[in-house]
Ligand binder design. Structure first.
Ligand code: PGA
Length: 254
């Protein structure tokens, strides 16, 4: 379990190396290092090196990759392996983001294999799960979360350090739509996920669970205050240095 709130930025397919450098110029000034939170960025892989060079004096800022291939290595044009990401300086990795699931066909089995590769490479994984609007409307919230969480954990070996897995609850209907889950919605889904994890593994109840989906400076405080919300995964609002700095500073004493 991660002791401090996690504020994570998923840049998706935005920001090449030069935009990464200029973002960090502003962001690092707006967000001085704080010991009471964990800040992680997921830049595009091609910008990771620049990201790490630009944050060399800020060990409080961590970085990861948005995706890895499910194989250890091989003839997979365009793909990046978990071990390579680790070698390049990544410390975290996402698995199962809804855009990977819907655009690239990552199913639960693939997500599980990716999670295994991330753990083998000693990258801190964030497993992303979440329901679509029609799944929610038809009362399938719990069954979808169960399938995604159990499906992802199924292939992992007994030696897995379960307490190290971070889950991000990202309702698909709230991603990039401006529509945010209410703190009550988030608390309910987080409790369901915690229950599912607890049934899988003794330390599951202590897992770190993040919320993602249209998190902004204006709603961060209420989301972080919701029961069982241990941090956030931010897309759109993480692209602007001032806006993400204000998210990272939420609740910090002035
Ligand atoms: P959003 O994206 O903040 O733009 O909704 C969140 C995510 O996809 O991780």
């Amino acid at each position: 379990m991660i002791e401090t709130p996690v504020l994570a930025a998923n840049w998706k397919m935005y920001k090449g190396p030069s935009e990464t450098r200029s973002f960090l110029d502003s962001f690092l000034r707006a967000y001085p290092a704080r010991a009471d939170r964990t800040v992680v960025f997921f830049p595009p892989s091609i910008s990771l090196q620049t990201f790490l060079e630009s944050t060399i004096d800020r060990p409080d800022i961590q970085a990861g990759v948005q995706d890895v291939h499910e194989a250890e290595e091989g003839a997979h044009t365009g793909a990046v392996s978990a071990a390579m990401a680790r070698q390049a300086g990544a410390r975290w990795g996402l698995a199962g983001h809804s855009e990977r699931r819907s655009e690239f066909g990552d199913d639960d089995e693939t997500v599980s294999a990716k999670l295994a590769r991330l753990l083998e490479a000693r990258l801190q994984p964030i497993l992303c799960v979440g329901e679509t609007l029609s799944e929610r409307r038809s009362g399938r919230l719990e069954s979808v979360l169960r399938r995604q969480v159990e499906g992802a954990l199924e292939g992992l070996g007994d030696e897995t350090a379960w307490e190290e897995i971070v889950v991000a609850y990202e309702p698909v209907w709230a991603i990039g739509t401006g529509e945010t889950a209410t703190p009550e919605d988030a608390a309910q889904a987080h409790a369901l996920i915690r229950g599912i994890l607890a049934a899988c593994t003794p330390s599951g109840a202590q897992a770190t669970i993040l919320y993602g989906g249209s998190v902004k400076p204006g709603n961060i405080a209420t989301l972080l205050a919701a029961e069982g919300v241990d941090g956030v995964l931010v897309g759109g609002a993480s692209l602007d240095p001032e806006s993400f700095a204000s998210i990272c500073l939420a609740g910090a004493p002035h």
